[in-house]
Design a protein around this ligand. Structure first.
Ligand code: PEP
Length: 257
């Protein structure tokens, strides 16, 4: 971590937990975690639980994130939720471009770009995910993939528009082969990928790159979080499976200081 950026710890609950179970888990995270003064903690429950968890977290130091969003404000988009609707139930963050959405539901970089712009327009902070597959890593094209995804997500913006988009943006580097597999990236490999992403943002858009928080995600647990967070360009973690256990998630939060 770099002291100029506040640590960010996010729990992605994916398609787990009913409304009442989500509320209990959120309360357990809020009551059972020692959150450092500079650390931001966020949980992302299923859409049906957002309103109830948002209420349960009122006044707590744990923020609320959605797991997906549509870029339009309203309309004939069956099954979708708009940024304004997420804000209405207390969300301040939204995950976009998660690899499960890319692989299983056809999410594209172009759509992630639209979602980023829509979220920023409504004052929500995007947590934008990218990362290479195992075959891409094995064939040595990891950085080409990261560059293509990053450039696609950020789009062909002018510097000024990009600065507005990048201010408050959170990126999550999540190698697909590490998600839900128990296989974590080496902390030095995570650092290299994060530094590559930050350099690419700096090359295109300048100093604002130093304000963007880049999280690592992929089988983060209580016993590997500290080593990952010790890397200078790892500003936090996005945690899937291990965030469903409040005690384990609390230990990850503590690793951030
Ligand atoms: C995720 O869903 O973003 C994730 C990183 O999952 P896990 O921690 O289970 O690998």
């Amino acid at each position: 971590m770099n002291p100029s950026r506040n640590p960010f710890i996010a729990g992605n609950w994916k398609m787990h937990r009913t409304v009442s179970e989500s509320v209990s888990l959120a309360r357990a995270v809020a009551d059972g975690s020692r959150i450092g003064p500079r650390t931001e903690v966020v949980v992302a429950p299923v859409a049906t639980a957002l309103a109830a968890v948002g209420k349960a977290l009122e006044g707590a130091r744990v923020g609320l994130s959605a797991q997906n969003v549509h870029w339009e404000d309203q309309g004939a988009f069956t099954g979708e939720l708009s940024p304004g609707m997420l804000k209405d139930v207390g969300c301040a963050y939204c995950i976009v471009g998660h690899s499960e959405r890319r692989q299983l539901f056809g999410e594209t970089d172009a759509n992630v770009h639209r979602k980023l712009l829509a979220l920023r327009r409504h004052g929500l902070a995007p947590i934008a995910c990218l990362g290479e597959t195992l075959s891409e890593r094995e064939s040595g094209v990891t950085y080409d993939v990261l560059r293509r995804q990053l450039d696609g997500m950020l789009g062909a913006l002018e510097r000024e528009e990009a600065t507005a988009l990048l201010t408050g943006l959170i990126i999550a580097y999540e190698p697909v082969w590490a998600i839900g597999t128990g296989r974590t990236a080496k902390s030095t490999d995570a650092q290299s990928a994060h530094a590559y992403l930050r350099d690419r943002i700096r090359d295109r858009f300048g100093e604002v790159a130093d304000t963007v928080r880049i999280l690592y995600g992929g089988s983060v647990k209580a016993d590997n979080a500290a080593e990952l967070l010790a890397q200078p360009d790892v500003d936090g973690v996005l945690v899937g499976g291990a965030s469903l256990d409040a005690a384990g998630f609390a230990r990850i939060i503590q690793a951030a200081g």
